[in-house]
Design a protein. Structure first.
Length: 88
């Protein structure tokens, strides 16, 4: 139950405030992500972990404080450009 909270705390390097409460009207009863079925039926295998996803999300959030309605920070564009240069 606390896997996501702990993974995101590690990704952002901060303690996170949270509160465990009852279901709200409209909440799904159970929301579970298991890659096993996709692996069995589609031959697909997850390459990233929950922790990887949280790190990626935190990096995106830090680089895009206004969400999708902004230009990417120049620092990020420079990093991407440098990365492309090393993989050619």
């Amino acid at each position: 139950m606390y896997d996501m909270i702990n993974a995101f705390k590690a990704a952002c390097g901060k303690e996170l405030k949270y509160e465990v409460v009852g279901r709200r009207a409209g909440d799904v009863l159970n929301l579970t992500a298991q890659a096993k079925r996709a692996n069995e039926e589609l031959g697909w295998k997850a390459e990233k972990t929950l922790e990887d996803a949280c790190v990626d999300l935190w990096k995106w959030t830090e680089n895009n404080p206004q969400g999708y309605r902004q230009q990417p920070p120049q620092k990020l564009l420079d990093e991407l450009k440098a990365h492309r240069g090393t993989t050619s």
